[in-house]
Design a protein around this ligand. Structure first.
Ligand code: SAH
Length: 557
């Protein structure tokens, strides 16, 4: 009996030699014959030592598969090649179909090995940033082998279910309407601003990357070699990158910082209220992506609400009649998909830098925005920390600002605490406190940093017990740095400048903060940093704590 051949079905990745797998190269080199579409055979030619290369036109896929089977049965080792992955709109399925037709089985037939490759969804995503990240799907817009109505249905289902979508075969010389129709369907469910990435010829010579939006994507060049990546409702652009967040965030804080959950905080119901309850098998409906999904197409419902009752024939006839007349009796529901992300918004409020008086209106606004679900906590820093579950932090900040609150982020940031400047003449220094707040307040730092600002030498607001203390005295400033504000070894800050001219204050404080920010370890408070490096600017560290003899006692002991 003649020696049996072998068929490799090889995905060679996007097209450059760096992104082809070692196994794919081995397969190509072991093969007596390479079969593939002309352009692709040319792409990989330099890797191939095969004696015989069969390249055929784009549409001759079936004959390519048949030829491969014939050659393998005659004893040859054959590689059938596809771009990307051979199992994604590639040759793998077709080779099996031809084999099955001939009664092939693994035990009796020629050996078949499918060699995986990097598919366009992956190679294109890597060039765009991280747009896939979450549940995604691929849809080919080619209706040569698939009825258009089915493709349209899949586009709609994916749009409705908020999948990130990679559209393959979006357009060719003769198929130009499909992408227009796909965009129309998508716009029924997604915002026109939804980020869209177009990648043409990924990792090939003529590579082009375009960032656009769902509304504008058709204004750009889309062709046979383009993959169109449509973001989901939380995908965003950042610095020319397209990014889909991995999941819901539990917290927002003021400013841009996001605070992802630490590993031990995950999987707790209070932290992940959108997850399925393991005992009841139920999930809260208010996190579903599309509250109207049930009403639009019960068969595609993604929430667990009971299906709507079947319509009576009279109801159906009435609505059909209305449609014919052009006035719809069916209530049109907006279908826009939006992830309703309720997270805890954390921020701190105070009446002002040098103002300790709340107005009744401020108290009422606080009560209104915090509501039944939120909390407000008075802190030793003369602020009130708020934690409010919300889907829209901007509404809360707008209301608080409108009644004159000063807002600050919570966490490892710079905060300014000033006394209320009890004597009128000392109001001279208030503008400096306000300028520091404006310039540096809320800046994120390796660790919490409080600046205490006191309006007279009495320093009754204890500025010298803050990380940086500023005391106004005789129209000049005294500056202290490096207090250890808490603990049994707490100590005051070290005086570093006395009688500083007012115009030198803000540049000096800015320099100290910048040096600390640039050089401190994460979590290293200013006093620890000063102790470690022994010098901040030209100020030399003096040991303010050596006289304190007491065992350290960590929190809780
Ligand atoms: N088997 C291939 C897909 C073949 S269908 C794979 O897994 O990637 C052909 C479609 O794939 C093209 O119309 C285009 O949408 C996409 N495609 C393939 N290679 C690409 C590349 N290098 N850059 C961008 N898109 C590509």
């Amino acid at each position: 009996m003649a020696q049996k051949g072998k068929i490799f079905v090889v995905g060679f990745g996007p097209g450059d030699f760096k992104h082809i797998t070692t196994r794919a190269v081995e397969a190509l080199q072991q093969s007596d014959m390479i079969i593939g579409y002309k352009t692709y055979v040319e792409l990989i030619q330099d890797l191939v030592s095969a004696k015989s290369i069969v390249s055929t036109g784009m549409t001759e896929e079936v004959s390519r598969a048949q030829e491969a089977v014939r050659q393998a049965e005659a004893g040859s080792i054959v590689s059938v090649i596809s771009s990307g992955d051979a199992g994604v709109y590639g040759m793998a399925g077709l080779v099996y179909e031809v084999l099955i037709e001939l009664g092939w089985t693994e035990a009796t037939g020629v050996e078949v090995e499918i060699v995986p490759g990097i598919s366009a969804i992956n190679s294109c995503a890597s060039l765009l940033g991280a747009p896939i990240m979450h549940d995604a799907c691929t849809i080919s817009l080619s209706d040569h082998l698939t009825p258009w109505n089915l493709i349209a249905k899949r586009v709609e289902a994916a749009a409705m279910a908020d999948f990130v979508i990679a559209l393959y075969n979006p357009k060719s010389g003769r198929r130009t309407r499909q992408i227009v129709e796909a965009q129309r369907i998508l716009l029924e469910y997604r915002s026109p601003d939804t980020p869209v990435g177009l990648v043409k010829s990924a990792y090939r010579e003529r590579q082009e990357i375009t960032m656009t939006t769902l509304a504008e994507m058709l204004e750009h060049d889309i062709g046979m070699l383009t993959t169109v990546v449509i973001g989901n409702s939380s995908t965003f652009f950042y610095d020319n990158k397209m990014i889909t967040p991995r999941g819901y965030q539990r917290k927002y804080t003021l400013g841009d910082e996001k605070q992802p959950l630490r590993p031990h905080q995950r999987l707790k119901e209070e932290n992940e209220p959108w997850a399925m309850n393991q005992e009841t098998g139920m999930a809260r409906n208010d996190f579903a992506t599309d509250p109207n999904a049930n009403r639009i197409k019960p068969s595609l419902a993604i929430t667990s609400e009971p299906k709507p009752k079947k319509k009576s024939s009279l109801e159906m006839a009435t609505s059909a009649l209305a449609m014919v007349k052009g006035t719809s009796a069916v209530r049109v529901t907006p279908k826009l998909v939006q992830q309703k992300i309720e997270s805890i918004f954390e921020l701190a409020v105070s009446p002002g830098v040098a103002n300790k008086f709340f107005t009744p209106q401020q108290m009422m606004t606080l009560a209104e925005v915090v509501g039944e679900e939120g909390t407000m906590e008075y802190t030793p820093d003369h602020r009130i920390n708020l934690k409010i579950p919300t889907t829209d932090p901007a509404v809360i900040t707008a209301k608080l600002r409108e009644v004159g609150f000063l807002l600050a982020p919570i966490g490892d940031v710079l905060s300014l605490k000033a006394c209320d400047f009890c004597y009128g003449e000392k109001t001279d220094s208030i503008p400096y406190a306000e300028e520091i707040q404006e310039k540096l307040g809320g800046m994120s730092l390796p660790k919490t940093l409080n600046i205490g600002f006191n309006g007279c030498g009495m320093a009754c607001y204890r500025a010298v017990f803050d990380d940086i203390g500023i005391v106004y005295r005789k129209s000049k400033f005294d500056v202290f740095i490096g207090a250890k504000p808490v603990g049994r070894t707490a100590h005051a800050a070290q005086p570093v400048v006395e009688g500083l001219e007012p115009e030198q204050l803000i540049p000096l404080i800015t320099d100290i903060i910048e040096e600390y920010k640039a050089n401190a370890h994460p979590n290293e408070r200013l006093f620890k940093y000063f102790k470690r490096v022994k010098k901040i600017l030209h100020f030399t560290y003096q040991d303010m704590s050596s006289k304190i003899k007491v065992e350290p006692a960590p929190c809780g002991d």
